[in-house]
Design a protein around this ligand. Structure first.
Ligand SMILES: Cc1cc2nc3c(=O)[nH]c(=O)nc-3n(C[C@H](O)[C@H](O)[C@H](O)COP(=O)(O)OP(=O)(O)OC[C@H]3O[C@@H](n4cnc5c(N)ncnc54)[C@H](O)[C@@H]3O)c2cc1C
Length: 356
């Protein structure tokens, strides 16, 4: 009944296409503001709501948002140091193959080498599909849960391109000739809403985007710990990639898709290929293999309207504690969803503390 309720109503139903057209007249500006992440289709209702979650950093204090000095791994290292200082033992490179269930309660885990570890609380940060369908297993799930768990959506796919550069590529066509190199710490390539739509349409049809939307970062212009003086590192977040390509597999597609991404980016920085020392491309299949993410889904489950708020990971399972006594979920597949916010783990920790 408040002014905020009307705003929420609109946010729930409006597409990002509608939002950017309402606020901006210029197509290039509209393109630069266009982003719906896992929703994919820029004209889909609810896209603005899902994207508003991902841009929640807009409401954070400026000093709490930024590019991490030393790279993203430093966040995990800092968390690990803090946990160890509080008495935690951390085993890396240790794969859990099974969550032990006895009489409907989680009582421990089995590791890849067969070691069994028992505990009164089991907390899984692996994605919900992997946890429920893989580690717990359909035979141990409460009745009526297997089908909804199988139906959880992991359809949005992305490309992550990493490159070592001998020097900074020349983006001067878009900036004054003596531009401050810090301008190119973070750039977006999406010249129009139609460009975004075409990138999504390609992936929805099973093809890697011919002209991907790109979020380009060159963090070494502001962080001199990342490489040698004068050299640079670049990463590109490419939208979109099919989880299961219709034509060939990702091992065959990785090289040509990476080359095409370089070609498109070279239209903006013509000397890019001269600067490239080496590059690698991570496809959805690589992310699945390397990180253990089902379908390479970077937020564990798509953040789409029907997998949001109390529907995340699925109806009836949104409280971090699960219907299996002693089993908790704490990862990106829980509310409020993926991104490096710590919010899912924070909420889960408070639920678990109440049970101790
Ligand atoms: C390439 C990429 C780029 C991203 N870019 C951004 C970005 O720019 N900004 C942003 O905010 N977010 C970004 N994200 C999303 C963000 O990283 C995730 O949402 C976040 O890391 C989720 O944290 P988490 O702890 O819930 O899960 P994860 O970080 O996915 O951790 C889950 C862990 O569980 C482990 N695991 C899985 N199965 C098992 C098993 N059987 N046994 C033992 N361990 C297991 C995995 O190996 C993994 O280490 C990106 C993600 C990726 C992959």
């Amino acid at each position: 009944g408040t002014e905020n309720a009307a705003f929420l109503d609109r946010l729930l139903n409006v597409s990002m296409g509608d939002v950017v057209r309402e606020f901006f007249a210029d197509e290039a500006v509209r393109g630069s503001f266009m982003q719906v992440q896992d929703v994919g289709n820029p004209e889909a209702p609810g896209g603005a709501f899902c994207y508003s979650h991902i841009r929640c950093d807009t409401f954070s204090r400026p000093e709490d948002v930024g590019i991490v000095r030393g790279g993203m791994g430093m966040i995990a290292s800092a968390l690990a140091d803090s946990a160890r200082a509080h008495g935690a033992t951390i085993r890396t490179n240790t794969v859990v193959t099974k969550i032990l269930i006895q009489n409907g309660s989680a009582v421990g885990v089995v590791l890849e080498d067969g070691t069994e570890i028992t505990a009164s609380q089991i907390v899984s940060g692996a994605d919900p599909k992997r946890t429920l369908l893989g580690l717990v297993g359909p035979e141990q799930l409460p009745s009526g849960t297997t089908k909804p768990a199988q139906a959880m959506k992991t359809r949005a796919g992305y490309l992550k391109f990493h490159a070592a550069l001998s020097r900074l590529p020349d983006f001067s066509h878009y900036f004054p000739t003596d531009y401050d190199p810090r301008y190119i710490a973070s750039m977006k390539i999406c010249p129009s809403i139609q460009y975004y739509q075409a990138a999504w349409n390609d992936a929805a049809a099973g093809r890697p985007a011919a002209r991907p939307v790109m979020e380009v970062q060159i963090p070494s212009v502001i962080d001199d710990t990342l490489t040698e003086p004068g050299r640079h590192v670049m990463s590109v977040w490419g939208l979109y990639a099919p989880v299961h390509p219709c034509d060939g597999d990702w091992d065959a597609l990785r090289e040509p898709v990476g080359e095409r991404l370089i070609d498109v980016l070279s239209e903006y920085a013509p000397d890019l290929r001269e600067c490239l020392v080496d590059w690698s491309l991570f496809t959805p299949a690589d992310l699945e293999r390397r990180v253990g993410l089902t379908d390479g889904n970077i937020r564990h489950l798509d953040i789409v309207p029907d997998q949001f708020l109390d529907q995340r990971p699925m109806a009836g399972w949104s409280g971090y504690a699960t219907p299996i006594d002693g089993l908790f979920l704490c990862g990106a597949g829980t509310h409020p969803g993926g991104e490096v916010t710590g919010a899912c783990g924070h909420n889960a920790a408070h639920v678990i503390l109440k049970t101790l």
